[in-house]
Design a protein around this ligand. Structure first.
Ligand code: PFF
Length: 454
């Protein structure tokens, strides 16, 4: 066990896990989902999902990972001998590769915009100009592939250095920087004239905007944002020390992840309102609207550079964690060296990521079930495989795993007092699987059909 390594410190373990959770899901998706779906009412439902499903499933993955100190396949084999449940690791690896493939395309866009910001290429133009620029960029077959590949190579350079010198060190540096930058941006945003309107939009609840569909969207968002269901947290927790408190680690990760999401909202909306833009821009917000706003602000050049750097840090610490799932599997089950495993992971991601990047241009006509490859990977992984993984882990720990193993892991073999065992098991047995089944059916479009009938 010692040769596979452990995070050196508890802070390092938390930084890496928060690094996984904090990503495009928080800074890019959460603000516009909140903006479009009732502001504070959406946030309230999101928080509820984090508490009743998010934290329990994080703890479930942590129990399996830390108990066995193994990759997902080895861990399931050890904890459920003879039950053949390790087939599920195939799903985890497939899902993680799908996510990294489409996610790294957006990361590539971020790097392109970071270099543009540095070279002054984002310093003049209207939103229309930035729209045209963005459209021309994503449809260009070479540039978006090039940046996707370069991003994945940077990801590889961290991964091949291993757990302590690569993953932990990068997280220890990037996570504090990310928080500091976020706070700087929030202060700047709150100082803009008319910032109050953005804050009102973000925080005043409009319960009439909450439909079952929105509530279900909040659950899906919580899953993606917390990196749940594909054994990413299991893999990281397999590197936790036996003295770490799993419940404390899980709540810290959930709180920090949610805090970043809310801060991202504060960073973005007051500025958007203050400059007379509309918040319903959705995904285009960061590539078309914000660059146009930055160049009107004093210090806009620096703000644009720092903003895309912040996004870069948030995204690379997430892609590292997605890759680690298959790297742990390749090196422990297929006996590859760390470098070979990282190369294999990167090679697959480069091929599939490039195809996803081309989905916006030359391959836009290539569709499966009416979706481009980018959309298909996003849809299948986020809407189907992650919820399925959530059900798997909650049922596995809630129903299949021996209760004494759960209690032992939570209390570090009796050394810690844990008062939440009962509510946690209750959530894992009933609340989480039932709510996730609803998300799952929604992902399949079944909820929509039922709602139409009502
Ligand atoms: N949690 C990341 C985000 O919010 O962007 C995305 C993610 C990372 C999903 C790692 C899944 C994963 F395993």
């Amino acid at each position: 066990m010692s040769e596979r390594g452990q995070f050196t410190t508890r802070i390092g373990a938390i930084a890496a896990t928060v690094g996984s959770a904090v990503g495009l899901g928080n800074i890019w998706r959460f603000p516009y989902e909140t903006g479009q779906h009732g502001g504070a009412a959406f946030i309230a439902i999101y928080l509820l999902c984090v508490i009743i499903m998010g934290v329990p499933v994080i703890v479930a993955e942590f129990i399996v990972g830390r108990k066995t100190h193994k990759n997902v396949c080895g861990a399931l084999r050890e904890l459920a001998p003879g039950k053949k449940l390790h087939w599920f690791s195939g799903i985890c690896i497939a899902a993680s590769i799908m996510i990294i493939s489409f996610y790294s395309v957006v990361c590539g866009w971020i790097v392109e915009y970071l270099t543009k910001a540095i070279s002054g290429g984002l310093s003049s133009g209207s939103t229309e100009d930035y729209s045209t620029m963005f459209g021309a960029f994503v449809t260009n077959p070479y540039r978006s592939v090039l940046w996707t590949v370069l991003f994945l190579l940077a990801n590889y350079l961290v991964l091949k250095r291993g757990l302590k010198k690569g993953i932990e060190r990068v997280a220890n540096v990037m996570m504090p920087m990310l928080f500091i930058l976020l706070i700087v941006f929030c202060v700047n945003s709150l100082m803009q004239p008319g910032a109050g309107e953005g804050i009102k939009f973000l925080f005043s609840p409009d319960f009439s905007a909450i439909t079952p569909r929105v509530a279900i969207g909040a659950m899906g968002q919580a899953f993606f944002s917390l990196s749940l269901g594909l054994s990413c947290l299991l893999t990281y927790s397999s590197y936790f020390k036996d003295s770490d408190s799993l419940v404390k680690n899980a709540t810290t990760v959930a709180i920090l992840d949610t805090l970043v999401a809310v801060l991202a909202g504060i960073m973005i909306f007051p500025v958007v309102f203050s400059y007379g833009m509309t918040p319903e821009q959705g995904p285009k917000l960061i590539f078309e609207v914000l660059p146009a706003i930055f160049q009107q602000m004093p210090g806009g050049y620096v703000l644009a550079v720092l903003f895309f750097f912040l996004l870069f840090m948030a995204s690379i610490t997430s892609t590292i964690s997605m890759s680690e799932i298959s790297i742990a599997y390749f090196s422990e089950e297929l006996k590859m060296s760390r470098n070979q495993a990282s190369m294999l992971n990167t090679g697959i991601a480069i091929v599939l990521g490039s195809l996803c990047a081309l989905s916006f241009g030359v391959l836009s006509g290539f569709t499966i079930f009416g979706m481009t490859l980018f959309d298909l990977f996003d849809y299948v992984s986020s809407n189907l495989l992650l919820p399925f993984g959530g059900i798997f882990f909650s049922v596995f720990v809630g129903w299949i795993l021996d209760r004494s193993v759960v209690e032992d892991e939570l209390s570090n073999h009796g050394k810690l007092k844990v008062r939440v065992v009962k509510p946690l098991i209750f959530c894992l047995r009933y609340v989480a699987p039932v709510s996730i089944v609803i998300v799952f059916l929604y992902g399949l479009g079944i909820v929509d059909k039922v709602l139409q009938l009502m």
